[in-house]
Design a protein around this ligand. Structure first.
Ligand SMILES: C[S@@+](CC[C@H](N)C(=O)[O-])C[C@H]1O[C@@H](n2cnc3c(N)ncnc32)[C@H](O)[C@@H]1O
Length: 409
């Protein structure tokens, strides 16, 4: 086990969380939202007749564990969740958050994810590993350890730092190693803070306006960004290689629209070239064009299983599910709009919408399949042939799935 890293997370549990806040809000995000797990790992609704076994590896102060346990409980699904972390201080916070929510489906263990085999746990349907592998001395070995703990039809939700989007971070880390490495931790944090205030506008960290989130995250945030002893970042191409090395297949990145070069390019010849690339190269191209992907969130399944996961709505039996938005709110927002226009951290994106975007969205309740939605549209006076409906839905799906607002079961 890397004792420097463990010492850091004992002193500075990350992200900082107050269990009392559980009474006020549920933190949700990616990976490990169950709607995403259903789409990207299983391609179907989670089964209700057996407990869903999840491992949160390097679960820290509990964000994914609490979200997953709460979402499963809200659905009335049986769950067995194991949260492991090397930091006892982080585990204490996660445990207190679970207690505040009266969640009793979670088993907390202080251990390294490298030692999973020795723990002798029953295998898991799903493993969350968010912001952890890039802090291991050997990330590939860590991923192998997770794969060994996974059921053959299970999957993994991963978050790794993005190399290009973190431009400036590693140079600032080098700088702090030169001027503050021998100081006690509290003084290293003070030095980092002073440095942040003193850097000229030409410095690459200063120039990277998208790295703003840690500045306000207190000492733990400063430490995590600038003083980490074990920290690397990945390009998209490196993540595909890491996955292949562990005999895993990537089923999707969140949000998909960020990983499509066509969303950034206007030149017809460039678009044609980008469109002709296989999916991994398209994703890699999008990262190099956008330059602003600070993290990569993706889902992985055992190699050969990717075909079970719907990349597009191919069947009328598919059930569309909205993520974090109600049908009414979505339909209201899409009414009459030719496209969704948004700002992805400075990159302006335009996602075209079909004519009946609002009408179709209003029918998506997470239960109806596409055939039923088409029937209901017809009753409301919008008669479409099966192929015309499929074409409209495909355009809507591309836009909304692109921003992680629409998934399939
Ligand atoms: C940046 S935090 C992320 C926490 C959490 N996954 C989240 O996204 O909120 C990294 C966590 O990984 C834990 N960690 C680092 N190395 C580990 C290892 N070998 N085994 C288990 N946990 C580890 C740290 O203690 C820390 O809590």
């Amino acid at each position: 086990m890397d004792t420097d890293v463990r010492g850091q997370y004992e002193a500075y549990p990350y992200p900082p969380r107050d269990p009392a806040d559980e009474a006020k809000r549920l933190i949700t995000g990616s990976p490990s939202n169950i709607v995403e797990i259903e789409h990207y790992v299983f391609g179907r609704k989670l089964a209700a007749d057996q407990p869903f076994r999840a491992l949160v590896a390097g679960g820290g102060t509990g964000d994914a564990t609490i979200m997953l346990a709460s979402q499963l409980a809200a659905r009335g699904l049986m769950a067995e969740i194991t949260h492991i972390d090397i930091s006892g201080a982080s585990l204490e916070i996660a445990r207190a958050r679970a207690a505040a929510r009266k969640l009793d489906s979670i088993n907390f263990i202080q251990a390294s994810l490298n030692d999973l085999t020795e723990l002798g746990l029953e295998k898991f349907d799903y493993i969350d590993c968010c912001g952890v592998l890039h802090h291991l001395p050997e990330p590939a070995a860590g991923l192998h350890s997770l794969v060994a703990a996974l059921r053959p039809k299970g999957g993994i939700g991963l978050m790794l730092y993005g190399r290009l989007g973190r431009t400036g971070v590693y140079e600032a880390q080098d700088l702090l190693r030169l001027i503050a490495d021998d100081l006690p931790d509290a003084e290293r944090v003070e030095t980092a803070r002073a440095l942040l205030d003193d850097l000229p506008p030409t410095n690459w960290l200063k120039r990277n306006s998208h790295i703003g989130d840690h500045h306000n995250a207190g000492d733990a945030g400063i430490y995590d960004l600038l003083l980490h002893r074990q920290d690397r970042a990945y390009s998209v191409a490196e993540i595909f290689a890491l996955a292949a090395d562990a005999e895993l297949e990537i089923t999707g990145f969140i949000e998909p629209a960020r990983y499509d070069p066509l969303n950034y390019l206007e030149d017809a010849a460039l678009r044609q070239k980008a469109a002709s690339l296989p999916w991994p190269q398209r994703c890699a191209t999008a990262e190099l064009i956008a330059g602003n992907l600070k993290v990569h969130i993706c889902y992985l399944v055992n190699s050969g299983r990717g075909g079970d996961i719907p990349r597009r709505p191919q069947s009328q039996m598919a059930v569309p599910v909205l993520n974090n938005v109600s049908p009414e709110a979505l339909a209201g927002r899409l009414k009459g709009a030719p496209a969704i226009s948004l700002d992805f951290d400075g990159a302006k994106i335009r996602l075209p919408l079909p004519k009946l975007a609002a009408e179709i969205s209003a029918q998506i309740n997470g239960e109806r399949n596409l055939a039923e939605i088409r029937r209901r549209l017809a009753k409301a006076g919008h008669r479409l042939s099966a192929s015309a409906f499929a074409r409209q839905f495909e355009v809507l799906y591309k836009a909304l799935n692109g921003i992680n607002a629409l998934l399939l079961r």
